[in-house]
Ligand binder design. Structure first.
Ligand code: SF4
Ligand code: SF4
Length: 116
């Protein structure tokens, strides 16, 4: 029987590999910026993001990767944020997203200096 074309397809199933899960950065951020705990993944920040309007940058996806413990590659993504704070103006939970980004940047810089 032919599959009906609804104009969209289900995404490939994704599972969290707990062998690879690295929750250290998330724990650090939640401790230093507790407002991040109440994110409801509404996507408001992404929809209004200045960087996302210019380049391929999705703050909501970055949030998801962080919560999945997939921190590899965050470093390059985070560089695209301009720290303008526009996302904070629309966040229904009043999350200090700019501080979350700053904390990620600091953590990345710290791990680089430890490698030297
Ligand atoms: S706007 Fe706020 S609550 Fe919504 S996804 Fe962004 S950080 Fe989370
Ligand atoms: S602070 Fe960063 S994430 Fe927030 S709107 Fe500006 S560029 Fe986007």
């Amino acid at each position: 029987m032919a599959v009906k074309n609804f104009g969209f397809a289900a995404i490939k199933p994704r599972t969290i590999d707990f062998e690879q899960f690295d929750g250290r950065l998330l724990s650090e951020i939640l401790e230093l910026e507790p407002s991040f705990k109440v994110c409801l993944s509404c996507g408001g920040c992404t929809a209004t993001c200045s960087a996302g309007n210019l380049v391929s940058f999705n703050i909501r996806q970055l949030n998801l990767l962080l919560r999945r413990g997939e921190t590899v590659g965050l470093e390059n993504e985070i560089k695209k944020c301009m720290l303008c704070g526009k996302c904070m103006l629309v966040c229904p939970r009043g999350i200090n997203i700019r501080n979350v980004i700053m904390l990620i940047k600091k953590s990345v810089a710290k791990s680089h200096s430890l490698k030297r």
